[in-house]
Design a protein around this ligand. Structure first.
Ligand code: CUA
Length: 335
């Protein structure tokens, strides 16, 4: 790496793909800039006015030329569109074997939490060669999670979950930025992503003070908040049982279904009346203001640990190895 770097390092599987598209866009842009400016100068000289009495004669353009200069740019822009869309789809669909890490943005820091329970501020440790899915939300205003070396940038919004993913390809230390102006210290909302060799990552995970996995902490909260009084495992409570619910389609009061994913769990904790499960009364109080976003994600992890995990690896409760690439439903946790 020299001193002057036109592009950030390529450190994720997405990085070369994004860069190739960018090279193509730049090449097309340069080609047409040169062509158009060349034509302007050449034609200005070639057809300059040579005498005061000169009158231009009428010129009829052929259809061929008109069709060509319409069809060629159209084709080029369609290539750009299809190519860009395909990268966009790749970037917005985390692979099913991705490990899940939660991020909460806050003026002015990044708080990250691993399902194993490790928490970090403005630092993120991840393994090389494993896709990592981030589930992100904000406690206050809009932030944006940006790792240039991964070519990853995703807005982080209050009131909902957004996700992004990346798969680091080489070990190293990479800049993490907030890429959305979020107040006075926006420029200080920065940090580092440490991509580590898998065994170093395992060492890192097992080191440090562990306060229990996210699911375990979520379970404690679940009991402290008395959620367990209504959400009984055998479905005899006033609320539906949460066992085996994750990833399923849930029947709602008044018709319709909703997929029981992270976003639905979060909504049900904060706005319980929004989508009530069929067969139950809308009696659950809101926990808005009683639980922080970090506690919500722990509750979400707990509920996920109770249910089948559609293609996201082993169940969370008591899990040690997040990076094992188990196929879908390898640990059926149905009651
Ligand atoms: Cu957070 Cu800018």
């Amino acid at each position: 790496m020299g001193k002057l770097q036109l592009f950030p390092e390529q450190a994720s599987t997405l990085a070369p793909e994004v860069d190739h598209l960018l090279y193509f866009l730049v090449a097309v842009t340069i080609f047409f800039t040169v062509l158009i400016f060349g034509a302007i100068f050449y034609l200005a000289l070639r057809y300059r006015r040579r005498s005061n009495a000169e009158v231009p004669h009428t010129v009829h353009t052929g259809y061929t030329l008109e069709i060509l200069w319409s069809v060629i740019p159209f084709g080029l822009t369609m290539v750009m569109f299809a190519w860009g869309a395909s990268i966009f789809f790749t970037a917005s669909r985390p692979p099913s074997n991705a490990i899940n890490i939660y991020a909460v943005g806050k003026q002015w820091m990044w708080k990250l939490e691993h399902v194993e329970g490790q928490r970090e501020i403005n630092e993120l440790h991840i393994p090389v060669g494993t896709p990592v899915r981030l589930t992100m939300t904000s406690e206050d205003v809009i932030h944006s999670f940006f790792v240039p070396a991964f070519r990853t940038k995703q807005d982080v919004l209050p009131g909902r979950y957004t996700t992004t993913w990346f798969q680091p390809t080489k070990a190293g230390k990479y800049h993490l930025f907030c890429a959305e102006y979020c107040g006075t210290k926006h420029s200080g909302m920065i940090g580092w992503v440490y991509a580590m060799e898998p065994k170093d990552y395992q060492n890192w995970l097992s080191g440090g003070a562990s306060e229990g996995s996210m699911a375990e902490n979520g379970k404690k909260l679940f009991e402290q908040l008395a959620c367990s009084n209504c959400h009984k495992e055998d479905n005899s409570g006033r609320g539906p049982s949460l066992v085996g619910v994750y990833g399923k389609q849930v029947q709602l009061t008044g018709g319709g279904t909703v997929k029981a994913d992270e976003a639905y769990f979060r909504e049900s904790i904060l706005q319980p009346q929004a989508k009530v499960v069929s067969g139950f009364e809308p009696v659950m109080p809101t926990f808005q203001g009683l639980v922080s976003e970090e506690q919500v994600v722990q509750l979400v992890e707990y509920v996920k640990s109770l249910g089948p995990k559609p293609g996201t690896g082993p169940a969370d409760a008591g899990q040690q190895k997040p990076a094992t690439k188990n196929p879908a439903g390898s640990t059926p946790a149905n009651r």
